[in-house]
Design a protein around this ligand. Structure first.
Ligand code: NAG
Ligand code: NAG
Ligand code: NAG
Ligand code: NAG
Ligand code: NAG
Ligand code: NAG
Length: 640
């Protein structure tokens, strides 16, 4: 049942681009910087008047930045109604916003000739150019082209002290959007490191709808800072959305809530009818995605030069946990671990036969039996508050479940659900000891997808978001069904701020991303790199350290042979590359998609790596398509 609905949901994701063919407004891309070229056929001048209405209520976002950091100054700059703006953001009219905070701005959008716009007026200061005004002052809510167009003369200069009309980019819903329940369009200002799915999740909007509203697609979704992205809304936006992270999804599902609920019934029906078509399509989508991505590699800078991006966010050690006194300890424990069982040391001793060597699994992890259930007990020193706090707040299918804790004589004991099949590292490598342990293609893809889902959950749906930082095959446990659970969270840390500098370089070297090893940069993209390494090991059956022996520095070089374009010997090279023990029992086309996925994850430039939600979408397509292949190819999927 679980896996069935899982597949269904992924089919819907898959079908989105097929159903929503008709686009709405072209995304502006990087055209904003080239002010010399006037090209009315692109969207630089504004969004086309293709809506139902000539005028409508619309919304903009603006990032508070002195001197435009108060309700009044922002309202004046963007010609917004002060009362309405303060109500929309749930603040008083004399409120000052923190620098970088997202401010929601209500505006009246009007069709003028070909384009929608909202007028702002602006007094030019010395040294300002249309580009500086559009990009730096208005943060991309307007373009130099639109400002120049307003003056109807491309070459005319703007003079200090003159009053300009600055057309702000807004739009009204099209007939198609209105039919889908969209009432407003929000012009969202993109900043560094954002993705369409991330922005959609902020407003609880289906990613497919946002892509469509901007004429983007799943194979072409690169977005750039200081440009606007239209977000289709059925209700006015609220400050709760812009200050709070998105709510966690149901365990093991990673799609953001869908606003087009009504449409679902026929989408479900379509799944049956179009299933066959879609599955064939999946291979293409996934394969091309990473090709295109590579070709169009964005020049999105990795870090903004602003020093504030480099905050050191090492968490202070929780002093409360260093106490030895039992009663004080229990009190502090109950604060962080309300829903955890607190075991007595005697109970754990009994469970593990006094921590006997027969019960030792590995390192300081013991197997035990409590009330007839198998558990794993890990003995730890030092500060374990990080792991307890994290595991106590998150509950996800693919993340190990912490059931209880115990503290005795200076040591912590963490009690987890037991994973029958042990660590993934016991299963994937060529090794005489493990000769009877072998995972088939489907099991490997399922495990990879499980890990991707767990990481995506940590990155996108926990508060605050976490970077796992500890990816390696021995930290992935397999249950009796060979479903994966991520474990060992002692290195995990908050990812607040997209990038942060850490003082201690820790983690497993072969899995660590170049930007972390060189500069200590931490972001969720660090896990994406680690995941690429893990996936490489999973499909080749070869330890990362052995892969490193074959390359200079850049791990993705091991993929070059297979990835070489137009190579007639490609299948042969693929056969050399994929785990020999599979003896060719894998679909070559899907294996190629997987190689491309690995290549994307191992990109030296973190911003060019996909994010975990994209990785898991891709893997779920590969899994679904592999499953379809597993059935007899003559049986039509329509019958389901
Ligand atoms: C103008 O836009 C058209 C259509 O989008 C495009 O083909 C053309 O290359 C553009 N011209 C310039 C100079 O950018
Ligand atoms: C400004 O907004 C408030 C509340 O939204 C509204 O009552 C008022 O009429 C608006 N004022 C103008 C000038 O539009
Ligand atoms: C915006 O400015 C243009 C001229 O630049 C003017 O024609 C139009 O009426 C203005 N729109 C509004 C709503 O003020
Ligand atoms: C646009 O403005 C932002 C922030 O004000 C700045 O960081 C960025 O470099 C500007 N873009 C260009 C191309 O100058
Ligand atoms: C544009 O402005 C320049 C300089 O102000 C002027 O010489 C030229 O005639 C103007 N062109 C148009 C089409 O108004
Ligand atoms: C268009 O305008 C009418 C009348 O103001 C309004 O009822 C309707 O909701 C608008 N449609 C859209 C899509 O905004």
């Amino acid at each position: 049942m679980v896996s069935y609905s899982f597949i269904l949901i992924n089919c819907i994701l898959l079908l989105c681009p097929l159903i929503l063919i008709q686009a709405q407004q072209p995304y502006i891309r990087k055209l904003t910087t080239n002010c010399g070229i006037r090209n009315a056929s692109t969207s630089v001048l504004g969004y086309a008047c293709n809506g139902v209405n000539q005028t409508c209520q619309a919304y903009l976002t603006f990032r508070s930045k002195p001197p435009y950091n108060t309700v009044v100054s922002i309202s004046n700059l963007l010609n917004a109604n002060i009362t309405h703006l303060s109500q929309l953001n749930s603040v008083s009219q004399d409120h000052t916003f923190g620098t970088g905070e997202i401010v929601l701005v209500p505006t009246r959008c009007l069709c003028l000739g070909q384009f929608y716009q909202a007028n702002a007026t602006y007094l030019v200061r010395s040294g300002e150019t249309p580009f500086l005004i559009a990009n730096d002052t208005f943060e991309g809510l307007s373009t130099c082209h639109a400002i120049q167009n307003e003056r109807n003369n491309l070459t005319s200069n703007i003079y200090t002290g003159s009053r300009l009309i600055v057309p702000l980019r807004c739009a009204c819903p099209t007939e198609k959007q209105a039919a889908a329940g969209v009432k407003y369009l929000l012009s969202y200002l993109i900043t560094w490191g954002q993705t369409v799915s991330g922005i959609s999740a902020i407003f609880g909007v289906d990613t497919g709808l946002t892509l469509e509203a901007n004429e983007l697609s799943e194979s072409d979704y690169n977005i750039f800072p200081f440009t606007t992205l239209l977000v289709p809304l059925s209700d006015p936006p609220s400050r709760l959305q812009t200050i709070a992270p998105p709510p966690p999804p149901q365990p093991s599902l990673s799609s953001p809530p869908d606003t087009s609920g009504k449409d679902h019934k026929w989408v479900y029906m379509l799944v049956g009818v179009l299933g066959g078509v879609a599955l064939t399509f999946a291979i293409g989508l996934c394969a091309f995605w990473f090709c295109i991505r590579k070709q169009k590699k964005t020049s999105l800078p990795m870090v903004s030069s602003a020093s504030q991006s480099f905050e050191a966010v090492e968490k202070p050690v929780d002093k409360k946990l260093d106490v030895d006194d039992d009663s004080e300890f229990m009190e502090s424990l109950s604060n962080i671990a309300q829903s955890l069982k607190v075991y007595k040391f005697e109970e754990l001793k009994l469970a593990t036969h006094d921590f006997s060597s027969e019960c030792l699994i590995k390192g300081s992890v013991y197997q035990g039996t409590i009330n007839g259930d198998l558990v794993a007990v890990k003995k730890m020193h030092g500060d374990v508050s990080n792991e307890i706090r994290l595991l106590n707040t998150i509950h996800h299918h693919n993340i190990i479940h912490l059931t209880g804790v115990c503290f005795s004589e200076g040591h912590w004991y963490l009690v987890y659900d037991f994973a029958d099949n042990g660590p993934l590292s016991d299963w994937i490598y060529y090794n005489a000891l493990n000769s009877n342990k072998l995972l088939d293609w489907m099991q490997r893809i399922q495990i990879a997808l499980d890990v991707a889902n767990g990481l995506d959950y940590l990155h996108s749906y926990t508060t605050p978001p976490y970077v796992y930082k500890n990816l390696e095959s021995s930290n992935i446990l397999l249950d009796d069904d060979f479903r994966a659970k991520i474990t060992n969270f002692d290195l995990a840390r908050s990812a607040e701020g997209q990038f942060a500098l850490t003082r201690h370089i820790v983690g497993t070297r072969g899995y660590m991303s170049p930007e972390y090893l060189e500069n200590g940069l931490i972001s969720t993209k660090l896990d994406v790199y680690g995941f690429g390494v893990l996936l490489l090991e999973i499909v080749t059956g070869i330890l990362v350290s052995d892969h490193y022996e074959k390359v200079n520095k850049n791990l993705s070089e091991v993929l070059h042979d297979v990835l070489e374009e137009d190579d007639i010997d490609r299948n042969e090279k693929l056969n050399d590359f994929i785990d020999q023990r599979l003896q060719g029992n894998y679909p070559p086309q899907l294996a190629m998609s997987l190689v491309k996925l690995i290549d994307g994850c191992l990109d030296q430039d973190p911003s060019a790596r996909p994010d975990m939600s994209e990785v898991s979408q891709c893997l779920s397509r590969i899994l679904i398509t592999s499953q379809a292949r597993d059935l007899s190819p003559t049986i039509s999927v329509q019958g389901r």
